[in-house]
Design a protein around this ligand. Structure first.
Ligand SMILES: [Zn+2]
Length: 295
């Protein structure tokens, strides 16, 4: 399967919901869009993976967003996912303005990070929860968030393998397990042991074998209920980004037109580049001028 996917199952005698995910291709696409250090890849990869897994808990048309605030002001990581398998994630610009190469995940998050989760719980009802990040590694902090904020025993684990020489994600897999109401809290230990032992997480580079094994017999004796693709998605359009272009100094824009130079605007959420030709820039300036002259 040349796409990213999640699979949902109910296991351990109907007491645990388990979501499996392979988002290798999705992370490859994200890192292809923007160059970043190893530790930033790890941080963004984990956040996007966690959002993809949490998206597996939602029902159509619900969505959720995840915001990680590191200890230093302005250093944020965002990810969003919906029940249809759309996922996106990005880092605030501040991350790219300071060196991070050689640092660990714990060092870049620091001891005063926090996690904010905004999740739709029903029609038009949003639930916002914020917790601290005692583990400073994102995944364990999200498990901590569910225990603290929603009092639902939940465990999130991801395994992202990156070939740093080739600058490429070779594999990314994750699992989210959540106890259903009435389940003994001690059951989570068994779930973790079963998941840690399964080929899907142990041998992530064996793409087909491990997926096949998982789909035939998921750990915990459950059955798979649903498999669906995960897609990278950003709602940006050239029209939306034209507003950003117009926030620049009109003199600067007029100069570009005079010099017959195009302008490039990059969506900070997904890294997509939009090129505006001198004619398009002139048209935008004309529209702006008209708006200003109409009382
Ligand atoms: Zn975008």
């Amino acid at each position: 399967m040349k796409s990213s996917w999640i699979a949902k199952s109910i296991a351990f005698d109907g007491k645990v919901r388990i979501i499996f995910m392979d988002n290798t291709y999705l992370l490859q696409e994200i890192f292809h869009r923007r160059t970043m250090s190893q530790v930033l890849k790890e941080a963004l990869g984990r956040t996007v993976s966690a959002a993809g897994l949490i998206g597996g808990l939602l029902k159509d048309p619900q969505q959720m967003s995840l915001k990680i605030r590191a200890s230093s002001a302005g250093l944020n990581i965002f990810a969003e996912a919906d029940a249809s398998g759309h996922v996106r994630g990005y880092l605030s610009e501040e991350w790219f303005q300071r060196p991070s190469e050689g640092l660990s995940l714990g060092q870049i998050i620091g001891s005063r990070g926090n996690i904010q989760v905004v999740q739709e719980t029903g029609t038009n009802r949003m639930f916002t929860g914020i917790t601290d990040m005692p583990y400073a590694n994102i995944t364990d902090d999200i498990s901590h968030y569910y225990g603290q904020s929603e009092q639902t025993p939940t465990w999130v684990t991801v395994n992202i393998c990156i070939d740093h020489q080739k600058q490429r994600v070779t594999s990314s897999r994750g699992v989210l397990a959540q106890l259903l109401p009435g389940a003994d809290p001690g059951l989570m230990q068994q779930v973790q042991e079963a998941v840690d032992k399964c080929d899907f997480m142990l041998y992530p580079n064996q793409q087909h074998e491990a997926s096949h094994e998982l789909l035939l017999s998921p750990p915990g004796g459950g059955a798979l209920l649903e498999i669906k693709p995960l897609h990278w998605y950003c709602e940006c359009t050239k029209e939306m980004l034209s507003g950003l272009l117009l926030s620049l100094d009109p003199k600067e824009l007029s100069n570009l037109v005079l010099q017959a130079e195009p302008a490039e605007v990059v969506c900070s959420h997904c890294g997509e580049k939009y090129v505006f030709s001198p004619i398009e820039i002139q048209n935008l300036l004309n529209t702006l001028q008209r708006r200003r002259t109409i009382p």
